[in-house]
Structures are given as C-alpha cells and as structure tokens.
Design a protein around this ligand. Structure first.
Ligand SMILES: Nc1ncnc2c1ncn2[C@@H]1O[C@H](COP(=O)(O)OP(=O)(O)OP(=O)(O)O)[C@@H](O)[C@H]1O
Ligand SMILES: [Mg+2]
Length: 360
C-alpha cells in the first residue's frame, strides 16, 4: 500500500505544487490521479520513488517511510512508465526490457529470456525484440515501456500519462491490455492522467485533483459520476455522466426478446417488420429492412449494417448503445460465442433502470 500523509511540496521558486494532501493507494488496486494540467499529479507520483522529496509530510510504501530507504534500491521495487515510453534509443527492444534485471544482478541470458516472455505478455510479436525503439510505432513503444517497468517484477507500478501520446484507437487497446495484465498480475498501480474517461475506465479508485495539488474527491468511478462532491468535480467529470454511469450498472434482469431471424443462404419472402440476418452459427450479420424481398438466396448485399452488439453479461451502457445504434432500434444480445440470444430496445433498458431505482 502507498500512503501519502499530509504531503506538501513547494518548489524552490515558491510554487506550491501539492498542498497538504493525504491519500491511500490500497495494495493490488489501480488508483488513478486525474486533474487539469499543472495540478501536481507528476509531483505527487514522483514523491513515491523519491525522484522528488516532499517539503513536509510523509510518503509510506508498505508502511515504511520512503525517506528511510536508499533511492536506487527503492526504485528497483517500483516500475515507472512515462509518456513516450522513455526507452534507451541505442539499445534493442529486448535489451531495453532486460536492463533492470541485469542491474539487479541477473545473468544476461536469464534477463533476456525473461524479457522475451514480457514482450509476449504485453502483446508484442517476438520479431520486434531485435529492433531499436525508433523502428516501432508509438503504441508499440508504450507496450515496451510497460514490459520494461514489469521486468523486475516490482509490486508497485507508477504510470505517468503513459498512453497520452498515441491515437484514441491504439490508446483504447493499451488500456484494455493494462486491465488484462492487471487481472493477471495484481500490482499496486498509481496511474496519472488528465483524461477523465481514461481515469474512469482504469481506476478502481479515482482521485480528482485541482490546481495547487488539492484533493477534490477520491471515490470509485461510479460514485464519482453519481455524486461529484462539488462544482469543480461536476464540471471535470463532464456533461454526459448520467449516460457514462451506465457502464457501471450491470444488465442483470435484462431479458432478450425473441426476434424474427433469417439465415444467410436461405430463401426469404417479404415481411412487415425488421428481420435479423444470422449466419449458420446464429451470429448476427445485419438486418433485412421491412418489406424487403430477396430474389433467390439471401446474401450480405441485401442487408443493412447492424449496430453494436451487447454481450449478455455486459453493462447497461452497452445494451443501450446496441439499441440506439441498430437500424431497427433493437440491440442484439449475444452469448460468449457471439450467437444471437434476441434483442433489447432502449425502452427495455429504461424500464430496467426504473426498477433499479425503485429497488436498488
Ligand atoms: N522543478 C520545478 N520547479 C518549479 N515549479 C515546478 C517544478 N516542477 C513542476 N513545477 C510546478 O508545479 C506545479 C505542478 O506540476 P506537475 O508537473 O506536478 O503538474 P501535472 O499535474 O503533472 O501537470 P501536467 O498534466 O501538465 O503534466 C505546476 O505549476 C508546475 O509548473
Ligand atoms: Mg505531469
């Protein structure tokens, strides 16, 4: 566990970056620090591995004051990932990852073998091992940065805007990867971002900071969206928080309705309503418009593209999105194999919310 106790940091030029802040980061969880530029996030993060020492107050890692520990040694137990990965440009990818274990006294051979495993763990192909950082995309470099931070198997991981330099699609992939990794590794992660959506997606606890290093609110994401503590947090979490909160509401109790289906390759007559086209494994392929007749066998050309799909055990947000994005207004619910289980409408989702409200 990482604990900040009444920590304050005033820089030599008089700037107060962090003002008397207390916060606990429980072991094995992802805690996100989020706030506008200059609010003291990086300062706070770097006090954990002693890249910065507080002016007053105490930082504890596993109950020990970090000031009582040798900085070099302390840092070996703490992985650190920064924006644009910060890789050594003249070392191969494999050697970048192996650096810390070698410093730690492992044999070069062992360290490289471990590095190769880590490359796979973060989802990179083995061919990249021999390349240099400049020969990788930004997203690949970030993955290497994560692998390098994990190389010494540190219990604590500090991540300072690690994904903010990559495009939104790659970024989403990296976030999903981090969540998957965390599910396997269970590190104590302190993650900094200025992006509230990233904070809500990744954090089990989210600490919102405001200018001058004040802690505005620390809560789990659902609570943050439901009950922002003041106007600053309200404006920071943004306008569509009601909708985004549906990400945390389970769709238990949402029962898929039967829907008329037609199979690709079959012959179909006309019908008044929308029909869901499926393949031989019952996986949805698109919709057949009302009144549409098909000469001969049904092919994909005759279909209107479908909306997003809602996995049966997914959150309500996905169910609502599936309904809103489908041309028929009916969101397709799928099982783990992607086979259609039926449909839900936006009204179904709202009715369920109504029930939740009546009996939470
Ligand atoms: N070495 C320094 N000397 C003086 N002031 C500093 C120093 N480092 C940071 N500051 C100031 O301290 C405040 C907090 O900086 P910090 O880097 O912690 O912010 P941040 O929340 O990480 O911002 P960003 O989102 O832009 O990265 C800012 O006002 C910054 O200008
Ligand atoms: Mg910063």
């Amino acid at each position: 566990m990482i604990e900040f106790q009444a920590v304050r940091k005033q820089y030599a030029n008089g700037t107060v970056a962090v003002e008397e802040l207390s916060l606990s980061v429980p072991t094995g969880t992802v805690t996100v620090l989020v706030g506008p530029s200059g609010c003291g996030k990086t300062t706070l993060l770097r006090m954990v591995n002693r890249m910065i020492d507080p002016s007053s107050g105490t930082v504890l890692v596993d109950g020990t004051d970090v000031r009582a520990q040798d900085p070099a040694r302390l840092r070996r137990g703490i992985g650190y990932v920064i924006q644009q990965a910060g890789l050594f440009p003249h070392r191969s990818i494999l050697d970048n990852i192996a650096t810390v274990p070698i410093l730690d006294g492992r044999s070069r051979r062992d360290a490289r073998a471990r590095a190769a495993e880590l490359l796979e763990l973060v989802g990179l192909p083995a061919e990249l091992a021999k390349r240099y950082p400049a020969q990788l995309s930004g997203g690949q470099q970030q993955r290497v940065g994560v692998a390098r931070a994990l190389a010494a198997d540190p219990p604590v991981l500090l991540m300072d805007e690690p994904f903010s330099a990559v495009d939104p699609v790659v970024r989403e992939g990296l976030q999903d990867e981090l969540l998957r990794l965390q599910g396997e590794l269970g590190k104590t992660v302190l993650f900094v971002t200025h992006d509230i959506d990233e904070a809500i997606k990744l954090g089990e606890k989210v600490a919102v900071l405001r200018q001058g290093g004040h802690l505005a609110q620390c809560a789990d994401p659902d609570e943050l969206l439901a009950e922002p503590s003041d106007d600053f947090v309200t404006s920071f979490v943004g306008r569509d928080r009601g909708y985004r909160r549906l990400s945390f509401v389970h769709a238990n109790g949402l029962v898929p309705r039967p829907v008329p289906t037609v199979e690709l390759g079959s012959t179909v007559g006309a019908s008044d309503g929308w029909r869901l086209a499926v393949d031989a494994d019952a996986r949805p392929r698109g919709w057949l418009e009302p009144g549409r007749e098909v000469d001969g066998e049904l092919t994909e050309d005759a279909l209107v593209a479908g909306g997003s799909l809602h996995p049966l055990d997914g959150p309500l947000r996905g169910a609502l999105d599936a309904a809103l994005s489908a041309p028929s207004g009916q969101g397709v619910v799928v099982d783990a194999d992607g086979a259609s289980l039926g449909v839900v409408t936006a009204e179904d989702v709202l009715a369920l919310l109504h029930q939740h409200r009546a009996a939470p």
